[in-house]
Design a protein around this ligand. Structure first.
Ligand code: UDP
Length: 399
């Protein structure tokens, strides 16, 4: 099939090129590469945010198209909405010039708006993956949420007009149903993990004698690093490695990184907390392999790739029971689930695991098995391609 993917703010090149990348970049890059490997023709449309970038770049068998919409500079995601009309118009013209795709798969709600607008002009079916929902963000972040007004209304409307919504976990399915998106419009296909890169064997990052708790992600409050630092005070001897955030040499310019250092001092654990700054994606497997346990303590998490990546490296996970983590982590089988924002519960689970080799090893083995058997990219991408084929068939039948 000919597939157009739209990922307005999250370029797959960020995940492949070793610069700052989050979950959506990783997901789009891996899905596009896997679909290309399975014989599909894949083009990913992302906003041009650097004047020096070529319009088209081919990487790992798929093409990345940089769409001129808005200034060619990095803009905050929450400022992109006004440029989605220009994005859609340019993309529709490109589709007409280069051949219409069989399906457009939009990642994040603003990509959905661009995809639906372009598809109206050209009659291309649209599949939507939200990656995150405004209702959930607002619930947890309140006034700190800087999303454009009406995000939730757009998301609800998108759910009703696109040909299919791919949800990534059961929690998202319930959330959409309560927003009024009919369940029969949704298909549940989780994100995947590259089990050829994330695997137990291979080099590990250096470490000392202390048991290592690793946590990975962008340095934002909702990822629960403060709770982990507080928990560490009740987990004797262990070290907490926080991987992610700005590049190492810019780390201490980050106010949140400074706050975490301060918190560690106040909790009496500063000698046992280490912030690494951004780790290049290619280096991530080494860090997971160096850990005794992966901790993921977000207040909320739409899907959460890092626990899955750790599991694929045979590392057990202690996670908060939120969002996608309640699907990936099987409590007391591949790790342990604890309530969010509860340092005491985190500490108890971490102590239990670090103090019990048999439990840790058996969770790690089950985690590896689950990551490989349920979340490997070849199978996940094939399920997504099935969704594409079904919407393309329906369109053909009504045309
Ligand atoms: N990641 C990375 N380097 C870092 C921190 C994170 O490559 O320093 C990657 C990580 O391996 C994962 C993604 O960024 O693939 C984070 O995805 P997740 O779903 O956990 O969080 P999100 O960024 O979507 O909130």
């Amino acid at each position: 099939m000919r597939v157009a993917m739209i990922s307005e703010h999250a370029s797959p090149l960020a995940a492949l090129g070793g610069v700052d990348a989050g979950g959506q970049n990783t997901h789009v890059a891996a899905l596009a590469a896997e679909l290309a490997g399975q014989g599909h023709e894949v083009r990913v449309y992302t906003r041009r945010d650097d004047p020096g970038t070529p319009e088209r770049v081919t990487v790992r068998g798929f093409e990345v198209v940089h769409v001129p919409a808005g200034p060619p500079s990095v803009l905050p995601k929450d400022d992109l909405l006004p440029h989605m009309g220009a994005f859609a118009e340019w993309m529709a013209a490109d589709w007409r010039a280069t051949g219409l795709p069989d399906v457009a798969h939009a990642h994040f709600w603003m990509s959905g708006l661009a995809a639906v607008t372009a598809s109206r002009a050209c009659g291309v079916p649209v599949v939507q993956t939200y990656h995150a929902l405004g209702t959930v963000k607002r619930r947890h972040q309140g006034a700190a949420d800087t999303s454009p007004a009406h995000r939730t209304a757009y998301e609800r409307q998108l759910g009703r007009v696109v040909d299919r919504v791919i949800v990534q976990c059961r929690d998202e399915e319930h959330e959409l149903a309560s927003m009024g998106v009919p369940r029969e419009r949704t298909s549940l296909v989780p994100s995947g993990v590259d089990a050829t890169r994330f695997r137990p064997d291979g080099p590990a990052a250096p470490r000392g004698e202390r048991p290592r708790i690793l946590t990975v992600g962008r340095l934002v409050e909702r990822k629960g690093y403060a709770e982990l630092i507080r928990a560490l005070a009740s987990v004797p001897d262990a070290e907490l490695v926080i991987a992610g955030g700005p590049a190492r040499d810019r780390l201490m310019a980050d106010p949140y990184a400074r706050r975490l250092h301060e918190l560690a001092r106040a909790a009496g654990v500063s000698g046992r907390v280490r912030l690494t700054g951004a780790i290049a994606p290619a280096e991530m497997p080494r860090w997971y392999r160096s850990a005794d346990v992966l901790a993921a303590a977000p207040w909320y998490e739409p899907f959460g790739l890092t626990p899955l990546e750790a599991m694929a490296c045979g590392v057990p996970v202690v996670a908060t029971a939120v969002g996608g983590l309640t699907d990936t982590v099987v409590d007391r089988v591949t790790g342990e689930l604890v309530p969010p924002r509860d340092p005491g519960a985190l500490a108890a689970a971490l102590r239990r695991l670090l103090g019990d080799d048999v439990r840790r090893i058996s969770y790690g083995a089950a985690a590896l098995d689950r990551a490989r058997s349920v979340y490997g990219w070849p199978a996940i991408a094939a399920r997504i391609a099935d969704v594409y084929a079904s919407v393309a068939r329906v369109r053909e039948a009504v045309a």
